[in-house]
Design a protein around this ligand. Structure first.
Ligand SMILES: Nc1ncnc2c1ncn2[C@@H]1O[C@H](COP(=O)(O)OP(=O)(O)OP(=O)(O)O)[C@@H](O)[C@H]1O
Ligand SMILES: [Mg+2]
Length: 304
């Protein structure tokens, strides 16, 4: 059993330890950092921190074309602190994309609420950037003009937006490629354009749905490292959905583990690693997190 501490950037100065799982299927009601932070803040006479977002007993049922109901999400309930990186892992069809789409304001819950920045969430917002599995770039637009699409939709100042787009292209390692076209870039580079595009409106919240799923293993690893650097520089809160347990552990301050459909969050695991460099992947500690999550998924039938 390993002890996992809340990373220093979560919920301010909060220090709390929890047992990282070595046994499958602990209860869903894992403690939330902002709950504990709130109690601590109240004890000190300060206002409790407002989480970046919060799922409040969320349910989602789809009515399928044949008239049957598909329960995609069941009682999803957790919150994420500002600046936190949460990863979501679970079997195919368990509702990961549905959860992300609801948070993006692209779909709605059947029951329950979503709060973003302490307010009821009602639809898409320019404070939320979304990166999908495929970047879907416009082939007739240059890389710079692709990154500028959201800023143009928002009617933002063209000069300021251009400077921002150049800044983010540099941040994702694509300085010098702004006048190229999508078909002149590799898959990994195109995906980085998608990330720069999601950042151009300076979102407080970055949502990523299997952003590296189509990349080869080496490119994926270096994109993971780049993403962590980017997060450090922007301070954005990030929720990233992945099928890869090691990727979820490597990137996440916390990992939300989902059960097969109807998707519930069965575990919220705080990940405490000595460093977020690729060397850590070969450590016993990293392996313990990965195998703990794998046995949880196995026990819930998620790896059948
Ligand atoms: N628009 C829709 N209409 C009907 N059913 C839907 C719709 N969108 C999703 N579903 C169903 O909801 C469930 C969850 O789908 P979702 O796409 O969220 O899963 P997922 O965890 O992202 O899967 P994957 O890992 O394969 O991407 C699935 O059973 C899916 O068939
Ligand atoms: Mg999906």
């Amino acid at each position: 059993m390993i002890k996992a501490a809340v990373p220093a950037m979560n919920a301010g100065a909060l220090r709390r330890t929890v047992d990282a799982p070595s046994h499958p299927a602990p209860p869903a009601a894992a403690a939330r950092p902002s709950d504990a932070a709130g109690r601590e803040a109240q004890a000190l006479g300060a206002a409790p921190a407002i989480p970046a977002f919060r799922f409040d007993h969320l349910h989602k049922t789809f009515r399928s074309k044949d008239g049957g109901d598909v329960v995609a999400l069941q009682d999803v309930h957790f919150e994420v602190a500002r600046g936190e990186f949460v990863t979501v892992v679970g079997p195919s069809g368990c509702g990961k994309s549905t959860l992300l789409r609801i948070l993006a304001g692209l779909d709605f819950a059947s029951r329950g609420h979503v709060e973003v920045g302490g307010r009821e969430h009602t639809g898409p917002s320019r404070d939320i950037g979304v990166v999908f599995q495929s970047p879907v770039l416009l082939p007739w637009r240059s890389i710079l003009d692709n990154v500028l699409v959201p800023a143009q939709i928002q009617g933002r100042d063209p000069k300021v937006s251009r400077e921002r787009a150049m800044h983010f292209l540099q941040l994702v390692g694509l300085a010098g490629f702004e006048t190229k076209y999508p078909n002149e870039l590799s898959g990994g580079m195109q995906q980085r354009v998608g990330i720069a595009r999601a950042l151009v409106n300076d979102p407080l919240l970055l949502l990523m749905d299997e952003p590296f799923g189509a990349l080869d293993a080496m490119t994926r690893e270096s994109m993971n490292v780049e993403l962590l650097k980017l997060r450090e520089r922007t301070g954005a809160t990030i929720m990233l959905v992945t099928h890869s347990i090691p990727e979820a552990v490597f990137l996440g301050d916390r990992v939300a583990v989902m059960s097969p459909r109807p998707g519930r969050v069965t575990q919220l695991i705080e990940v405490d690693l000595p460093a977020r460099t690729l060397d850590v992947i070969n450590t016993e500690r990293f392996g313990a997190y990965v195998s703990g999550i794998r046995s949880n998924l196995n026990a819930s039938g998620g790896l059948d």
